[in-house]
Design a protein around this ligand. Structure first.
Ligand code: NAD
Length: 486
């Protein structure tokens, strides 16, 4: 069993040669061995589950070291338990998913005993490119679909989490032949060479801007892509919403992983006049969860200096252009001296469109608070911006809720909560427009990583085709013309 990880010294052309060779071997193995049995798929899934269970402590330690500080409980929740759910679900249902699906044969072929079905075939080798924010969950969650559909996989984890990426390379090389799974570590240069490979499918999880490069590279080989991207996920608090319950859930979503979540609420719309109620309620929610922040073991750091500076830049840019900044710092701690890059949750009010924070995905513990007079104002704002990955509505007004849901298009929606739709394995997870294309999780993941092959079996009851073969007869014409009607 050989490891496919690139040492930091290896130059990218060397890695490229090795990646091409592994892909070629995986393709040959797929052709030679054909679609794997359900038992082999389950075995691959079991090995993945075993890796997570056996390495849970190492996983949490690597993630904390990579982030500067990351809550162990949060890592257990998001990257350990969060990685297991999809794999277990796939194991349970994959035999059912693998069954051919009967479809209806068309008249008149059905009369002759013609039969139609869809058979789900593995695609072959899937290329998986992952981000740094949940290095394990973003790897194992798509693997559930990739393995259940019978594929092999090559992965390129993020350079921002070097320890977690090295751990992934080590874990997979200990449990899989590289003909089944191969991990290549490295930065954007390795990512670029990786996305130019003639995979059977690429799934990219990362930023919208990088997603465009991936799609361009994949287009050269006509490789289909699933793009799981980011963006600005809006939240609307309706007039009928219970404010404290809403801020408890919103601030939890904003502070988990220090807001470094593709699904984190990016901005919140509150009814005009409710801003102060929102601010005081949000302060209360934060203090209840995090009486202090700086040394609180539950509160995670911003990943690195670059992202810390980016987020501080949003605050100073907004402040200089007239925004009101409300830092929520329950214990009044001094954040100017600290070993990690922790940023207290910060609300930004009176934000205008010329501010950077209004234009870019926040991806950190900052939240813009906007106001609306009528809910259509919030809907119109959302519709003049790129389609988001998620949208959240809080309130009890069903008419308003369906107006918001019907008039906006987002990858997914949670009502009276944030982000929890991602935890429903039976719902497709994916974006739309600028937030991505294609979806996975559960049965949708199985289908996303399968080729739905159409199979038609001609009936033997009588040779229907003889009417359709030349020489064409007046009878055929009569039959055909009988079909030309409204
Ligand atoms: P990123 O796009 O910068 O990097 C993701 C991966 O792509 C990394 O492995 C990186 O090395 C690689 N990469 C970078 N440039 C590349 C290039 N030119 N060609 C090929 N590969 C390249 O994203 P990130 O900073 O790691 O993660 C944050 C982003 O990911 C946010 O926008 C967030 O919303 C998004 N995200 C989306 C989801 C989702 O499921 N939709 C989940 C997590 C994160």
């Amino acid at each position: 069993m050989s490891t496919s990880q690139a040492s930091p010294q290896s130059d990218s052309s060397n890695v490229e040669v090795r990646m091409r060779a592994v892909l070629e071997r995986q393709k040959q193995a797929h052709i030679r061995e054909g679609a794997p049995s359900a038992e082999l798929r389950i075995d691959r899934i079991n090995r993945a589950i075993g890796l997570i269970v056996d390495h849970k402590d190492e996983i949490c330690a690597a993630l904390s070291a990579d982030f500067g500080y990351r809550s162990t409980d949060q890592s257990i929740m998001s990257d350990v338990v969060g990685s297991l759910g999809g794999l277990r679900d796939a194991k349970k249902y994959l035999r059912k998913w693998m069954r051919p699906e009967r479809r209806s044969a068309m008249f008149p072929m059905n009369l002759a005993g013609g039969k139609a079905r869809v058979e789900y075939q593995p695609l072959g080798t899937v290329g998986l490119i992952t981000p740094w924010n949940f290095p394990m969950a973003m790897t194992f969650s798509p693997l559930a679909g990739i393995f259940s559909a019978g594929n092999r996989v090559m992965m390129k984890p993020s350079e921002y989490t070097p320890r977690a990426s090295e751990l992934l390379a080590r874990m997979f090389s200990s449990a899989y032949d590289e003909n089944e799974v191969a991990v290549f570590t490295g930065g954007p240069d390795v990512g670029q060479a990786f996305s130019a490979l003639p995979f059977d499918h690429i799934i990219f999880i990362g930023a919208t801007a990088v997603g465009k490069h991936i799609m361009r590279a994949a287009a050269e080989n006509l490789v289909p892509v699933t793009l799981e991207l980011g963006g600005k996920s809006p939240t609307i608090i309706g007039r009928s919403a219970a404010m404290q319950m809403s801020t408890d859930r919103i601030m939890n979503g904003k502070m988990l992983n220090a807001g470094q979540i593709c699904l984190a609420p990016d901005y919140v719309f509150v009814p005009k006049g409710s801003e102060e109620a929102f601010v005081s309620s949000a302060k209360h929610s934060v203090a209840a969860m995090y009486p202090s922040l700086k040394d609180n073991p539950d509160y995670t750091s911003v990943i690195n200096q670059r992202h810390y500076d980016r987020l501080q830049g949003y605050i100073s840019d907004a402040q200089s252009k007239g925004a009101r900044i409300v830092e929520i710092n329950p214990a009044n701690e001094d954040f100017s001296q600290q070993p990690a890059h922790k940023i207290p949750p910060t609300l930004l009010l009176d934000v205008t469109e010329d501010m950077k924070i209004a234009q870019e995905e926040i991806f950190g513990p900052l939240l813009m608070v906007k106001t609306y007079s009528g809910v259509d104002e919030a809907i119109d704002y959302i519709n003049t911006h790129p389609r988001p990955l998620a949208l959240y509505y809080f309130g009890e007004d069903k008419v308003e809720q369906s107006r918001v849901l019907n008039r906006t298009t987002s990858g997914g929606v949670a009502v009276n909560d944030v982000m929890m739709h991602v935890a429903q394995e039976d719902l497709p997870f994916g974006g739309v427009g600028a937030s991505g294309m294609g979806s996975y999780h559960g049965h949708d993941g199985f289908k996303n990583f399968s080729h739905a092959k159409a199979v038609f079996e001609q009936g033997r009851r009588f040779d229907l085709g003889r009417f359709m073969r030349p020489p064409f007869t007046p009878r055929l014409r009569k039959i055909l013309l009988s079909q030309v009607k409204r």
